[in-house]
Design a protein around this ligand. Structure first.
Ligand SMILES: [Zn+2]
Length: 127
């Protein structure tokens, strides 16, 4: 068997789903827990019985940091750890909020951006 025979890996499948407008996480058929980022084996029990499910996109900010950058390097922005409703934590950013304007505990909603190089960002949910 060559590498080409194995088909796309979990990262490639994840990107294909994003390109199709679906933000997915993996759920384990053996232990029932979710995994992210994409992987071959369940990080909780080691099973290969991972299936892909579309995420709700609902999350809560677990922590956040301000990143200071020169303007020609993209300027200041935030990065955040977001706990998804599915039980996984993502390193991401909260769009539309300044570097220090992301409250811990705030509810956020996922959105796919980036066109040909898709990735997931979050927006603050207006309470
Ligand atoms: Zn498992």
């Amino acid at each position: 068997m060559t590498l080409e025979d194995r088909g796309p890996g979990p990262d490639a499948i994840y990107r294909e789903e994003l390109l199709a407008g679906r933000f997915t996480v993996q759920t384990c058929g053996d232990c029932g827990q979710s995994s992210f980022p994409p992987r071959v084996f369940c990080k909780h029990c080691g099973s290969a019985a991972l299936t892909r499910v579309e995420a709700s996109g609902d999350g809560v900010v677990y922590s956040t940091s301000a990143v200071r950058n020169r303007p020609d390097k993209g300027g200041d922005h935030n990065i955040a750890l977001v706990d998804l409703a599915e039980g996984v934590r993502l390193l991401t950013r909260v769009d539309g909020a300044g570097p220090t304007e992301v409250p811990i505990g705030a509810r956020v909603k996922a959105r796919i951006v980036g066109g040909d190089v898709p990735h997931v960002v979050f927006d603050l949910v207006k309470e």
